[in-house]
Design a protein around this ligand. Structure first.
Ligand code: ADP
Ligand code: ZN
Length: 435
């Protein structure tokens, strides 16, 4: 039986949800137009006024906002409430450039934590659980969001933050944590460390993990589930829309339900800006219809994704988004071929390697080069040189089949690729340094 935090909203009929969104959108556009001169200018330039927005059917008339706008308006240019009404600030991790800041009123914080509570409950969480939050605390939204959600649900909350992995495991055992929240790459590292410390998943009480903030593959999910003896749930969000909890996975584990009472999602063609029909692959765009202090309208996430309204066995009627296939700016163009790091991760794990790898792209004599460093496990490391060469050749073949280009694969000694306690760095593109 599925668990809901807010059954009325999570299982609302399409008609009722649309009505709720329509009302909230109309009010939000007015609020933004009147309080954010930066966005008013964008609307004026496009010749749109709040009166033109009568329902969600008119959403497409509004201008987009991009990360470049956020940087231009930094720090206060998109603020829609007086600072005296704001109680918190968070900032992006700066994965793809200069950080941007987001502001929250007390009510914004409450609604955000509520979204995270939905995620925890969908993963089976109740007030009887011990929830270990190993996302970073501070400016990053991961720690603060899941911490707030955990408090709302009434779990015993362990505000560990990230890092000090052996201590994480010690607490996990001593305090019998049942839910772990962190990035998937950190979850994999915790699983690896557990094994190194001589324990098995039977020695811990974890039952579920809520992992997000970075792309991860289905293969990685299975690895983590095995190494920690849990069910691993995906959670998605970005600082610009509050943080984690924009969408969350249910027991079906086939994509994340978007909290549509707070966010309207669209998929657009990233080149033309045209809205694409349900089921199409494109760039995810969010409009926040309840946020007060930092309400972004039609914000382009650059995340590549697919939306679906297919019926979900959990009973929720909220639209679902697939695992983001990576950001449009994560995509590498190597010798003219589009390559997502996740495609490489899939092959590596399928071939029995741990998710410890580093992709290096460079340009030599005007030709792009692709080098993939893959760490061997202790067991694989004992192989002879001949075996290792054979393994490298097999990996080259497997990757070539998927990508259509020839990589160089280097199998490296155990523990030589840096582990991640937050968002993993999987790619070094040296071409950017030369440009
Ligand atoms: P930054 O943009 O600096 O990384 P954020 O910490 O706000 O700042 O990260 C938000 C981004 O993280 C999203 O736009 C998305 O690309 C990525 N992300 C968040 N959750 C997930 C997830 N579950 N799967 C894949 N990517 C995710
Ligand atoms: Zn579901």
């Amino acid at each position: 039986m599925a668990n809901y935090w807010n059954r009325e909203i999570e299982c609302m009929s399409r008609e009722d949800m649309k009505k709720l969104q329509d009302e909230r959108l109309v009010a939000q556009v007015k609020h933004v137009y009147e309080n954010v001169p930066y966005y008013k200018n964008l609307m004026d330039e496009k010749g749109v006024t709040p009166d033109d927005i009568k329902s969600t059917d008119d959403l497409h008339k509004l201008p987009f906002l991009t990360k470049a706008d956020l940087r231009e308006a930094y720090p206060y240019g998109l603020l829609a409430k007086p600072l005296s009404e704001c109680t918190e600030i968070h900032s992006t991790s700066g994965t793809t450039g200069k950080r941007v800041v987001a502001f929250y009123t007390k009510n914004d914080i409450d609604l955000w934590h509520d979204c995270c509570a939905r995620a925890i409950v969908a993963a089976g969480g109740t007030k009887d659980d011990v929830c270990q939050v190993a996302y970073g605390y501070g400016l990053f939204t991961g720690g603060a969001g899941l911490d707030g959600g955990s408090h709302k649900v009434g779990c015993l909350t362990l505000p560990m933050s990230s890092g000090n992995t052996e201590r994480q495991i010690q607490f996990m055992m001593d305090l019998e944590s049942t839910i772990l929240c962190c990035t998937p790459s950190y979850a994999a590292y915790i699983g690896e460390t557990l094994k190194e410390m001589g324990y098995t998943p039977d020695d811990i009480k974890l039952k579920a993990g809520i992992f997000g903030a970075e792309p991860w593959t289905e293969e990685m999910r299975r690895e983590i589930e095995k190494s920690l003896g849990i069910k691993a749930y995906d959670i998605y969000g970005l600082t610009e829309t509050s943080g984690p909890g924009v969408s969350f996975e249910c027991s079906e584990q086939t994509g994340m339900h978007i909290n549509e009472d707070h966010f309207i999602a669209e998929i657009i063609d990233p080149d033309t800006g045209e809205v694409l029909p349900e089921g199409s692959k494109g760039e995810l765009v969010f409009t926040s219809i309840t946020k007060e202090a930092f309400p972004l309208l039609r914000y382009r996430t650059r995340d590549i994704c697919v939306l679906t309204r297919e019926k979900c066995s959990c009973g929720r009627t909220l639209i679902k988004m697939c695992k983001p296939m990576g950001r449009s700016d994560d995509m590498l163009i190597i010798r003219g071929v589009n390559v997502f790091p996740s495609q490489i991760e899939t092959v590596l794990i399928e071939q029995g390697y741990a998710p410890n790898y580093l992709i290096e792209v460079d340009r030599k004599n005007n030709v792009d080069t692709l080098d993939i460093n893959v760490e061997l496990t202790e067991e694989q490391f004992s192989d002879t040189v001949k075996d290792i060469q054979k393994k490298e050749a097999e990996l080259v073949e497997a990757i070539k089949t998927i990508l259509g280009i020839n990589p160089k694969v280097h199998l490296v000694s155990p523990k030589t690729i840096a582990r991640s306690e937050g968002k993993a760095v999987r790619v070094i593109d040296k071409r950017k340094l030369h440009d």
